[in-house]
Design a protein. Structure first.
Length: 167
């Protein structure tokens, strides 16, 4: 029934878009149906999702606090959820400026926050996120017994091997 409804809704789309999106929609609906048949797995997946969304909102709430902006956590939770939903929209290459624009639209447009405060939060969060990701990467490599140098050498070897296989 869900697939029939989605097929009717997708009938309004151009043929090229419909041809690319139908397989995704069918797999998505089948996965949801499989999860409904396994309520324990659905509950675990929902709990992990709720934890991830909560931690993402907590991180951004702390970023607001770091730049001196006091905002209620539910506002950040709701705003960050809407912000993440905006990833559905097409973005410029490398998402240059689109994150900041969407953040300004969500937090300034919907919640009436000071645009300078929102921009400062995003400017703080981007490099801090990069540092956290770098630290996580180096810690993970270390736990696997690798260094950054050996990892880069492995990547070069893999690229060289792949290029030698091409005709």
């Amino acid at each position: 029934m869900a697939l029939a409804l989605l097929a009717r809704l997708m009938a309004t789309l151009p043929a090229g878009v419909r041809g690319r999106s139908e397989p995704f929609v069918v797999c998505f609906v089948e996965a949801l149906l499989a999860l409904v048949g396994r309520p324990r797995l659905l509950l675990i997946a929902s709990a992990y999702t709720a934890i991830a969304v909560g931690l993402d909102a907590l991180y951004f709430w702390l970023a607001f606090r770091a730049v001196g902006v006091h905002v209620a956590f539910p506002i950040v939770l709701y705003g960050k959820t809407l912000y993440n939903l905006a990833y559905i929209l097409p973005t410029p290459p490398g998402q240059i400026g689109s994150n900041e624009l969407v953040g300004l639209l969500v937090f300034t447009g919907l919640f009436g926050m000071n645009p300078a405060a929102v921009a400062a939060t995003f400017l703080f969060a981007h490099p801090w996120t990069a540092l956290l990701m770098l630290g996580s990467c180096l810690l993970s490599l270390s736990r696997m017994g690798l260094t950054l140098r050996t990892t880069l050498a492995l990547a070069q070897d893999a690229a060289l091997t792949a290029s030698q296989r091409e005709p």
